[in-house]
Design a protein. Sequence first.
Length: 337
Amino acid sequence: MRSFPAALKLVSIAALAAGFVTAPAAQADVSTLETRLGSSAAGSYVDDSGRLVVTVTDQAALATVTASGARARLVQHSAATLDASAAVLARTAKIPGTSWGTDPVANQVVVSADTTVTGASLARLKAVVAGLGSTARLEQVPGSFTTTIAGGDAILGGGVRCSLGFNVKRPGTSTAYLLTAGHCGNLTSTWSTSGGQVIASRTGTSFPGNDYALFQYTSDISRPGEVNLYNGTRRSIDSAGNPVVGQTVGRSGSTTGFHRGKVTGLNVTVNYVDGTTVTGMIATTVCVQGGDSGGPLFANNTALGLTSGGSGDCTSGGRSFYQPVTEALNAYGVTVY
């Protein structure tokens, strides 16, 4: 059995020993708490000390959260109000080069416009955001929101290079697959190593809307449940989960290696400059570049997402967006290992 070349190794989700902040251990309990709060719920995030903060809109809910052991914070807008503002944006401001998602720390929907949004498009966007009052704010960001495909030597197919996300399998079987980005999967039916060995064949792909693809291994290449940290070590991935805003995460990709940053938004809508739109994304401050597409987002030993795209680069910085891995796993009936 051959071992994976470095570019084909996966990345994990758990906090690394070098300072990752882990998600709350009882994340399911957080969801249950927010359900109990009903219309008073506004969101949740991890603060700089690593403590969970639940935002609410009234004093009764504040007391409920405090009694649960979490930190409570009173804010103006409920989650339902912010969701309504995001729905207005989806109907009236679907402009290439924009994104939006709820920032629970600011208690607003943050609308971002890249450098391609100018003139009449920018004026239209400003008018829509102004109409949403204090529930939304507009920020202009450097670079442009693009999916990240480039030529190179990671997993190759269709004349493009992408990055492997996570090795997965169907429960109860030995059949192995790899997950990567859907915009990569749309462009090729097979993946090869940099040496030209065909290793996997496409089983399914979903892009735009989502951004995930599944390829079944067709060779006997070794496929460990690990990710490459690009420092001579790997990290085992043994679970999948969902991040929280404020959590420190890591990302690995075949172009730029390993980088880390913080989660800034969940359920984010991104309108890429090529006119495609993805929804339900994870937004972070981690940088990405061409060829990093499909690579893993993780914390400790937990898989979180697949690299979709972003703006900027790993020299000047930027932001990035990720397909939640749990959605992809559920869609294909596979698990990490």
